[in-house]
Write a protein that binds this ligand. Structure first.
Ligand SMILES: [Zn+2]
Length: 78
């Protein structure tokens, strides 16, 4: 990404497209397509809304894993 948006601008969220193997794996365990999940601002893990993130790192993690902030907190610890 050559033109990073300031944190807080969440329109046009897109899932990263770099790892098809990870996508396939996540689709298998969640039963959902990750890119669709991220595009609709939903959490791949808890089915909740994923619209608010603590920081840019958490937002980035969402684009990779599809997990909302609270699920990230559960998985990674705070
Ligand atoms: Zn969640």
């Amino acid at each position: 990404m050559t033109n990073p948006q300031p944190f807080g601008i969440m329109n046009d969220m897109k899932a990263t497209q770099k790892n098809p193997a990870l996508d396939a794996f996540l689709s298998m365990i969640t039963g959902k397509d990750r890119t669709d999940t991220v595009a609709s601002a939903q959490c791949a893990t808890c089915d909740g809304e994923a619209v608010a993130f603590r920081d840019a790192l958490s937002e980035r993690e969402y684009q990779i894993s599809g997990m909302c902030q609270s699920c990230q907190d559960e998985v990674f610890g705070k």
